[in-house]
Design a binder for this molecule. Sequence first.
Ligand code: ZN
Length: 112
Amino acid sequence: MPVAAALTTCATGSPSLRRERTVSSNLGQNYPYTSESETDRARAVETLVDLREGLEAALTTETTPLDEKARWWVWKCPTSGCSGLLHAAGYAAEKHALFVVCDGPCAKTFLR
Ligand SMILES: [Zn+2]
């Protein structure tokens, strides 16, 4: 949604962040931004694996494949100044953590 994206931009530098407490607190302030279909998720991750040296190796060694779900959460990248979104790419070797990949300029991976 372009409108939502404009509303949540961090370019204003405003200290009064909108706090919508709709998710459990262990996600911190970085609540899911949106969701995407399995098809979109798979395509996004495939593209990133093609673009980024080492990402495929990291996924192979650090994650196990995702199970089948129709939709996946997408998070906004927490990196300062990065406009990317985080896509689920696998399960971290340690249980209960999702391995997510930023599609923005910071190119980082995170555990959720
Ligand atoms: Zn990022």
